[in-house]
Ligand binder design. Structure first.
Ligand SMILES: NC(=O)c1ccc[n+]([C@@H]2O[C@H](COP(=O)([O-])OP(=O)(O)OC[C@H]3O[C@@H](n4cnc5c(N)ncnc54)[C@H](OP(=O)(O)O)[C@@H]3O)[C@@H](O)[C@H]2O)c1
Length: 240
């Protein structure tokens, strides 16, 4: 699972799960390209030797520029982890167009923007690994999260189609669907909501960013040569 000589792009790497994934790939020897919108947090990555580029995944030009800058700097792109994501919860009857559009634009259209730009160099290289971060909510649903569930289910369908499209060029596309992972996104829940969720998790505890990072690391490493188009849950058994 050595990543020496591999160029890996992680979106939404400024915090939470994305930060853990980027840290894991860097520790395994990968050269990192990290994105997000928080300039101060990106600077911290640059100080650690990563190529840190501010890019909003909803903005097609910013994403195209990001991939161009990566190729200009490193000459190749081997791994892409689409992790950037947001929630904007609310019951459907009261959900505004803005709340719907923001979540779809970030979680689904953002993945489309990044994959479309990134597969061009990968097709030329005749190799590449893509992992898109979905969520168990995209599989089982959740009241108050119709927008989020739709976006994350969309990522699963999108990834299966893309996996078939690019398999002939040895590009593997998989999805990781985390359950309840400690991060700023889940910190918004009340202690009571948190307690209820933990009761539903067979392993009896919430997950950490590193739990997701280990799985992503395996999927994008040379250890994985034959898994593509799959959605793997990292959820302590929540979905079984
Ligand atoms: N935590 C969980 O329990 C859980 C469960 C299932 C799935 N997930 C998924 O895992 C991923 C990471 O979640 P997290 O819990 O680590 O969330 P988080 O702590 O809120 O971090 C989200 C990351 O996404 C970035 N981001 C958001 N909008 C962006 C945009 N438009 N363009 C570029 N970057 C953007 C943020 O960076 P900036 O603020 O710097 O832009 C940040 O680095 C998400 O896709 C989420 O849906 C999380």
């Amino acid at each position: 699972m050595n990543m020496l000589g591999k160029i890996a792009l992680v979106t939404g790497a400024t915090r939470g799960i994305g930060k853990a994934i980027a840290g894991r790939l860097k520790a395994a020897g990968a050269e990192l390209v990290v994105t997000g919108r928080d300039q101060a947090l990106l600077q911290a990555w640059e100080d650690q030797g990563a190529l840190a580029i501010r890019a909003d995944v909803t903005q097609v030009q910013e994403v195209n520029d990001l991939i161009e800058a990566t190729i200009r700097h490193f000459g190749q792109l081997d791994v892409v982890v689409n992790n950037a994501g947001v929630t904007q919860d609310g019951l459907l009857m009261r959900m505004s167009d803005a709340d719907w559009n923001k979540v779809l634009a970030t979680n689904l259209t953002g993945v489309f923007h990044v994959c479309r730009a990134a597969i061009r160099p990968m097709l030329k290289q005749r190799q590449g690994k893509i992992v898109n971060i979905s969520s168990v909510i995209g599989v089982i649903g959740n009241p108050g999260q119709t927008n989020y569930a739709a976006s994350k289910a969309g990522v699963i369908g999108f990834s299966k189609a893309l996996a078939k499209e690019v398999a002939g060029r040895n590009i593997l596309v998989n999805v990781v669907a985390p359950g309840y992972i400690e991060s700023e996104m889940t910190r918004a829940l009340t202690e009571e909501q948190r307690h209820k969720i933990v009761q539903m998790i067979p392993l009896g505890r919430t997950g950490q960013g590193d739990d997701v990072a280990s799985l992503v690391h395996f999927l994008v490493s040379e250890a994985n040569g034959y898994i593509t188009g799959q959605t793997i849950h990292c959820d302590g058994g929540l979905v079984i």
